[in-house]
Design a protein around this ligand. Sequence first.
Ligand code: ZN
Ligand code: ZN
Length: 370
Amino acid sequence: MFDLLIKNGKLISGEIIDVAIKDGKIKKVAKKIDSEAVTLLDLKEEQYISAGWIDDHVHCYEGMDLYYDFPDEVGVKSGVTSVIDAGTTGAENIYDFYRLASNAQTNVYALLNISKWGIVEQDELADLSKVKADLIKKALKDLPEFIVGIKARMSNTVIGDNGIKPLEMAKRIQRDNHNLPLMVHVGSAPPKLDEILSKLTKGDIMTHCFNGKSNGILDQETETIKDFAWDAYKEGIVFDIGHGTASFNFHVAETALNEGMKATSISSDIYYTNRTKGPVYDFATTMEKMRAVGYSWEEIIDKVTSAPANHFHLTNKGYIAEGYDADLTIFNLTSGKKELIDSQGQSREVTEIIKPVQTIIGGMIHDNTL
Ligand code: ZN
Ligand code: ZN
């Protein structure tokens, strides 16, 4: 007897499947499963099912003033089963974040900011005495399930006069701690993007990959993607969207796509202000923007499920397969017009709307109220 049996779910490929769940895990996936279950959910070959959406760049520690939000606001209520907080906290305050996050229905993970108080101020890497390798090591040891990587923000307002140095420190910390995933925020110079990318190695994550700044991947004179960005992409640097208030530009994303370059993962960089006032609003809207750019829905679903699960080694997540966690997103895909605005105020119209209707986390069904 299963706890939950989901019948007639439609995969994004169009294939129809049944999924059986017990004890929070996916026990069976097949074309037809006819077994008893405590709860039956029939999607009637109409509603879509995917592995639970993973937003790998959010800010959801409520104890901050600059970038803060609440895990369930950016998670379960928006079809997102797992969120990765991208460096809001550092080795001093991550314990408080962990305590709060434990109460959420959403699965919450964190990237540890290499600066010990995280983004308590905008310039957390201007004073490098805040980077404490011993405290970082201790936090990683204390919270091994919660902390899935480290974060360094490398743009002019953050680093003061320190140039590339904070990134070199981050790479050293990464090497000294089992090569854990490293996410780097990029923005305005200094440091220059080519210098940042030259320090990154395969699997490192560049977030805000399609920002519209002159220090971005697009050469604004020639209207082509810079050679060094192509080199980094081919080398296996992860290009993560990290939309945010100021970091997603349709034109850059479209130019990249025309040249054959696609984001490796899609994330929102959502927090209270850009959720309530835009331009982010929610994860589904970020996904619609990538559809407007020209990505297929199949690609988009991969980039919000298996891709982030692989990059951050979330070994039980990201797939609908036997033995994986029973984290699933049920959604509708309907036609309809919607105007979408990027971080620079450019608009595009999308003609397909994606709307999460139920979020299943560890086998528990949550109805979406959005
Ligand atoms: Zn950022
Ligand atoms: Zn961010």
